[in-house]
Design a protein. Structure first.
Length: 363
């Protein structure tokens, strides 16, 4: 999973890596103390080149540019938040990154005096400007290793302690967060001698989710929204199934009883309450929808989770009509939840489809 720049930087900061003063917003700001840089929070690289980084000197200008960015798409990604930070007086841009090297099966630490550009490009054109260090993951990464790395490349010796300290701390972030990629590009030396992370990338390993609470990161929610497959159609009856085959069959039955499907929505296997609710809400974004037919053959999916999802959706959209058929895992528990909440439940999918078609007829 990818973290946004502001999320990555917050983590960097908690490990003692210097970042510039700023805050994230999706609206108005009240004051600026110094000239600022306004940065679109999107999960694509090269925002600078795609117009995702703007500068402003006054509050008025800042407000204007925030709006401009919030109305933009950067490489196809809608901008929902921007990061407003002190504009750094940059003297020099370095590159620092740590990745898992698949071949060596080790973390690879990369540092380059050519920052602010793609590291692949530097690797092609000026490979001598990159130092690499393969880290033994069983061992501790000590600050002297970072200093030794920097001695192999052309940077002023007075910068070495501060930069080495950042490398040391960034490795800690990488290890403790179960990173698969972490990057500071550029790592900046300012005119007034500060060394800070001007950008931040942190991609974490999804397989390590049990060790962390990744749900606090923005991408977590957005991903869960995409845990179902949705295709919008022209009718007024939403159709939800689990598995593409069952969902298609459910649409056919709706048509057989004279109804017109508003969508194909497959919640897949193992959808929980939240995914079910989100799926229903996705369907309800289409204002033509009068009712939803839900057809579940529960295996990994649990009928009680599906029922809870329907109940949660109904709390938010009390007028929507449902007709449900579900069989399999936790069927009894699921049915009880539906009955308690007066949600029509049928034993066969034919009956459930027919019932819904009748319910929405007078609409
Ligand atoms: P990216 O294009 O998505 O990697 O976004 P970055 O945050 O790395 O910014 C791209 C470039 O914008 C940097 O390499 C800098 O040259 C410039 N930039 C970003 N922040 C600042 C800043 O605070 N001051 C100055 N002068 N330039 C900045
Ligand atoms: Mn960058």
């Amino acid at each position: 999973m990818k973290l946004h720049e502001y999320e990555a930087k917050n983590i960097f900061k908690s490990y003692g890596i210097p970042i510039s003063e700023g805050y994230v917003t999706s609206g108005e700001i009240k004051e600026i103390k110094k000239p600022v840089v306004i940065k679109a929070q999107v999960l694509v690289g090269g925002r600078g080149k795609s117009g995702g980084i703007l500068f402003a000197n006054t509050l008025e200008e800042t407000t204007e540019k925030i709006k401009e960015l919030l109305n933009k798409e950067i490489k196809g990604e809608k901008v929902e938040k921007v990061l407003v930070e002190e504009k750094l007086p940059i003297k020099k841009e370095y590159y620092l990154g740590i990745v898992i090297d698949r071949k060596e099966k080790k973390p690879l630490i990369l540092f380059s005096t050519e920052g602010g550009v793609d590291i692949e490009e530097v690797a092609q054109k000026n490979p001598e400007k990159i130092v690499k260090y393969y880290m033994d993951p069983q061992k501790e990464f000590l600050p002297y290793l970072a200093r030794n790395m920097l001695k192999k490349i052309n940077i002023p010796s007075k910068e070495i302690p501060k930069v080495a300290d950042i490398i040391y701390k960034l490795y800690k972030v990488f290890k403790e967060m179960d990173g698969i990629l972490v990057e500071i590009n550029p790592l900046v030396i300012t005119e007034d001698g500060r060394v800070l992370a001007a950008d931040g990338v942190l991609n974490v390993d999804d397989d390590a989710h049990h060790r962390h609470d990744y749900s606090k990161f923005e991408e977590f929610d957005r991903r869960n929204n995409f845990e179902f497959a949705y295709v919008k159609l022209n009718g007024n009856i939403g159709v939800i199934g689990n598995g593409a085959g069952l969902t298609l069959a459910s649409m056919d039955i709706v048509k057989e009883y004279g109804g017109d499907p508003a969508c194909f929505l497959d919640i897949g296997g193992g959808a929980d309450e939240r995914v079910v609710r989100k799926a229903i809400e996705k369907i309800l974004e289409n204002k033509n929808v009068d009712g939803i037919f839900i057809n579940i053959l529960a295996g990994i999916t649990r009928c009680d989770e599906v029922a809870k999802g329907i109940v949660e959706a109904l709390k938010r959209h009390p007028k929507v009509k449902f007709s449900v058929r579900m069989m399999g895992t936790n069927e009894k528990e699921g049915r009880e939840i539906l009955i308690e909440n007066n949600i029509p439940f049928e034993k066969s999918m034919e009956d459930a489809a027919k019932k819904l078609v009748e319910m929405v007829k007078d609409y």
